[in-house]
Design a protein around this ligand. Structure first.
Ligand code: FAD
Length: 468
């Protein structure tokens, strides 16, 4: 059966890019439809990404504290145990609640939701295939928000059992004795931490010489030292070469300094990044060509080369982050509605939700050096912060980097408990072009970890109060 429907705005994909764009469209009076091929709305972020991983990080952090920190507070938790079934059920409950929330938002904003695979059909039409049904939509504007999927290594193909992506590593039904993680970026470190806290022996294998390589060197170094203490075994400058079976066991092979090394592993999590997802989307039908990384090229207003077709989120260039996708969704729709939507790519925060958390915004010192920009930095160690001492959060530091000439903040790096929350004030200051002095003179409540941000800003000119 086939039917045809007309909308002002059609969005393909219901991740944070797509569903937020849909809501903004409805708010601006556009008759909006959203198409999702998976069972649930919310995309990677809600179903297999940000949310389930953070739920697991939270549960396992509590378990780790119960086993390793509680005693010092006089809390006796002898016979501590964990049920992986209940842990996963708790995670699923969180995800379900938020799925319901997105459904509710669609309904409340009168957004028409279509289930099925959305395919660009030319002439501003989108064909939806759902089992034997086919629906044709016509839209004045079409936004592609089809997101991304895990990158597979050619010599280490996903089998969903031994060699897995994050999709499976957030849902193991038992704790692997030995977990090998390929890649020491955000996903590798977060999920490596989850399973290490639950008792897995975790080997993290990274080709580059540092973990969390997109952060400043001093942040990566401290993270490596702290996570080692938590049981993560790092193998840097090491290139994974394949997987073999020996006496019924899976052995991950790798190369370091020309020598072959082996890691026995029950599970191998390949976390080497994500690639744009455009399968069966019909890009060729409308004449859109992807770039060398499979991304859809867009102009500054998110327009693709096809008339009336826009793209946002993980499927276009830029950091693959949920908040980046959301902002692009809002800006793209505002442009469509004749407003001045805009994304400030210079101040997109980046966070790894380990313990402590790693967060940054703006340029790293390495980037500034390469660009020949004269800068000054101020650092404040959490060990000098009263709240950190009172709450066992003294590991880490905040660093503010500013232009030597103008004092304008150019970058902020944080490794600290709740670093994801601390970075927010730096993002705001940078959004408004603030200086290190502005941030240093801003009153922060006492006692809070956020005072470390103020102190780091003061330290830029050697004026931190609680530094020795
Ligand atoms: P997606 O969320 O990928 O959504 C795309 C949607 O489009 C999907 O639902 C897909 O099924 C649908 N779709 C695709 N093709 C079609 C089609 N043809 N028809 C219909 N539907 C289609 N980011 C953060 O900012 N913070 C984090 O803490 C974080 N943690 C993460 C942890 C993990 C384990 C992973 C994997 C990712 C994490 N991310 C995190 C990244 C984040 O999930 C993505 O950046 C974000 O989801 C991108 O949003 P999007 O809307 O562009 O695409």
């Amino acid at each position: 059966m086939s039917e045809e429907k007309t909308f002002d705005l059609i969005i393909i994909g219901s991740g944070p890019g797509g569903y937020v764009a849909a809501i903004r469209g409805a708010q601006l009076g556009l008759k909006t439809a959203i198409i999702e091929k998976d069972e649930n709305l919310g995309g990677t972020c809600l179903n297999v990404g940000c949310i389930p991983s953070k739920a697991l990080l939270h549960s396992t952090e509590m378990y780790h504290f119960a086993g390793h920190g509680a005693e010092a507070h006089g809390i006796d938790l002898t016979n501590l145990s964990i049920s992986i079934e209940k842990l996963m059920a708790k995670k699923s409950k969180t995800v379900d609640q938020l799925r319901g929330g997105v459904q509710h938002l669609m309904k409340a904003n009168k957004i028409k939701v279509f289930s099925g695979l959305g395919m660009l059909a030319g002439d501003r039409k989108v064909r939806i295939k759902e089992k034997n049904d086919e629906t044709m939509l016509t839209g004045k504007h079409i936004i592609v928000a089809t997101g991304s999927t895990s990158i597979e290594l050619p010599f280490l193909e996903f089998d969903g059992k031994t060699v897995v992506s994050s999709d499976q590593a957030i849902a193991f039904d038992k704790i692997p004795e030995r977990l090998a993680v390929v890649g020491a970026g955000a996903i590798g470190l977060e999920l490596g931490s989850v399973w290490a806290r639950l008792g897995s022996q975790v080997d993290v294998i990274e080709f580059l010489p540092a973990i969390a390589p997109s952060f400043d060197k001093d942040v990566s170094k401290m993270a490596e030292r702290l996570f080692k203490k938590q049981g993560l075994n790092f193998h840097l400058k090491t290139k994974v070469t394949g997987l073999k079976k020996s006496k019924g066991k899976s052995i991950l092979t790798a190369e370091k300094d020309g020598k072959e090394i082996e890691f026995e592993a029950d599970k191998v999590l390949v976390a080497v990044g994500r690639k744009p997802y455009t399968d069966r989307l019909g890009l060729d039908v409308v004449g859109i060509e992807t770039d060398d990384k499979g991304r859809i090229p867009v102009d500054i207003h998110f327009k693709t080369s096809a008339d009336g077709v826009y793209a946002i989120g993980d499927v276009i260039p830029g950091p693959m982050l949920a908040h980046k996708a959301e902002e692009e969704g809002v800006a793209c729709v505002e442009r469509i509605a004749g407003q001045a939507g805009h994304v400030n790519y210079k101040v997109i925060p980046n966070v790894i939700y380990t313990e402590p958390e790693i967060a940054s915004v703006g340029q790293t010192e390495a980037m500034l050096k390469e660009a020949g920009i004269d800068f000054k930095s101020g650092k404040f160690n959490l060990a000098g912060n009263g709240r950190a001492i009172a709450t066992d959060a003294t590991d880490g530091f905040v660093k503010v980097t500013a232009c030597r000439k103008t004092d304008k903040i150019l970058g902020v790096q944080v490794i600290a408990k709740s670093g994801s929350e601390l970075i927010a004030s730096a993002v705001t200051h940078m959004e408004y072009g603030g200086s290190a002095e502005d941030l240093g003179r801003t009153i922060h409540a006492h006692p809070t970890l956020s005072e470390a941000m103020k102190e780091a800003a003061l330290a830029v000119d050697g004026n931190a109060i609680h530094s020795t």
